[in-house]
Design a protein around this ligand. Structure first.
Ligand code: 7TS
Length: 415
């Protein structure tokens, strides 16, 4: 993997630019990843040659568009080892996938007094839809606690998931703490208690092999744009028997088999969920992104990102006055690092890093309950992908030392 890295980087022309006079170091991959030329070419090829609406026309372009759209669905199914491509629903994003489950399937199974369980490390997209459902249904929203290391506390999971629980919805990987949660064990625990397990895979699907059959999750949600595909395309995987009973969230064209004045019959899954003209080029481009990831191999990506973590996390931890959130053991950490430098606001850290060409995010990372839990308002966050190098990690570490120096010497002395 390492020896091919410079080859892969060439596929991402955007990475080859100067920002503020410095080589760009893009470390905001948890927010969105860059797109390789193969994905960009796929989109332009589609619009230059094949553009048509899907499932409607019998003409050649419509057939070509439909074929590619459905082939991409097949690729997604294989990518996460779903047994059936009918269990892959196209959505706009992880956020839309989670909202659809909360407003339809979960709405159907949750009753007054039932409990919905999430964790203290969830993204707002895996919190707010459940708050709304709990309000609507007079149900109770409960939180699994974290260990002092920032991992999911399994004892707390055992205590919180009970016979009253109907839904458990947990991030497969955290966008802040860099931990991977034991989804398979949580699914077992949920099922033992008669509950359904939903995994938010936004930060996991781009970085590791995913096997929804082995994990035995009931639903799995992720976004194309965090794994080389464009924005506006997401996936909702559901077990076929659950998608069969799940209501559509939206109604209209495409999703019906017949419509009468007062009633309508719907298509079967997944098409009954896909009302209106879908993001056809986005789905096809997601297929191209999956081809690209498969060419490298998800195991190789996972191993390489682990090597990056082993190299960079100890160096970050050595910086005097830094606090890195989540486990300190590289074996327990993904290549996403949220941190603060003592006495310097994370927005100042991010702005100063940008002056060195380094793109990181600062803020609450759409995880305000987690910030409250950790007694913080914000952190800086560097998130790596397979196209990042150890040199880029070293530049981050060196720049953080400079940022510290700059702020401790005071701005006035430097001018
Ligand atoms: N769940 C997790 C764990 C996420 O990290 C994100 C996005 C989402 C859900 C929502 O994904 P979307 O594609 O629907 O927006 N996380 C981030 C982030 O950490 N910085 O920007 C977006």
């Amino acid at each position: 993997m390492t020896q091919n890295l410079s080859e892969y980087r060439k596929d991402f022309p955007i990475l080859n630019q100067k920002v503020n006079g410095e080589d760009l170091v893009y470390l905001d991959n948890a927010a969105t990843t860059q797109k390789p030329i193969q994905v960009i070419d796929k989109i332009s090829h589609y619009y230059l040659n094949d553009n048509a609406n899907v499932h409607r026309g019998v003409h050649t372009l419509a057939e070509r568009a439909t074929k590619q759209f459905e082939e991409a669905r097949d690729k997604v199914a294989k990518f996460i080892n779903a047994s059936d491509q009918h269990s892959i629903v196209y959505t706009r994003s992880t956020t839309e996938s989670l909202n659809w489950i909360a407003s339809t399937f979960a709405d159907q199974v949750v009753n007054e007094g039932d409990e919905i369980v999430i964790s203290e490390m969830e993204h707002h997209s895996n919190i707010v839809p459940w708050q709304q459902l709990a309000k609507r249904k007079h149900a109770v929203l409960k939180y699994i606690q974290l260990t002092s290391d920032g991992e999911l506390d399994l004892q707390s999971a055992e205590d919180t998931i009970t016979a009253k629980t109907k839904i458990v919805s947990i991030a497969h990987a955290s966008n802040v703490l860099g931990v991977v949660n034991p989804i398979k064990e949580l699914a077992k625990l949920a099922h033992k208690n008669g509950a359904y397990l939903i995994a938010d895979g936004a930060q996991a699907a781009p970085h590791m092999p995913i096997d929804v059959s082995d994990l035995d999750v009931d639903f799995y949600a992720f976004s194309g744009h965090k794994m080389l595909a464009p924005t506006g395309i997401g996936i909702l995987y559901g077990k076929p028997e659950l998608l069969k009973i799940m209501r559509p969230a939206q109604f209209g064209g495409e999703m019906i088999s017949s419509v009468h004045e007062q009633t309508a019959e719907f298509k079967e899954s997944p098409w009954k969920f896909e009302a209106g003209t879908p993001n056809i080029s986005g789905a096809i481009a997601l297929g191209a992104a999956i081809d690209y990831l498969n060419k490298i191999g998800m195991k190789n990506i996972q191993a390489y990102e682990h090597d990056l973590t082993e190299e960079i996390l100890p160096k970050l931890l050595k910086i005097d006055g830094i606090k890195v959130y989540g486990p300190q053991d590289p074996n327990k950490h993904t290549a996403t690092f949220a941190f603060n430098l003592k006495g310097i606001h994370p927005h100042d850290v991010a702005t100063a890093l940008d002056m060195n060409g380094i793109a990181v995010r600062a803020g609450h990372h759409c995880a305000q309950p987690l910030m409250d839990y950790l007694n913080l308002t914000a952190t800086a966050r560097a998130s790596f992908y397979f196209y990042n190098t150890v040199d880029e990690g070293n530049k981050l570490v060196d720049s953080l030392e400079q940022v510290k120096e700059f702020f401790s010497n005071g701005v006035s002395e430097t001018k």
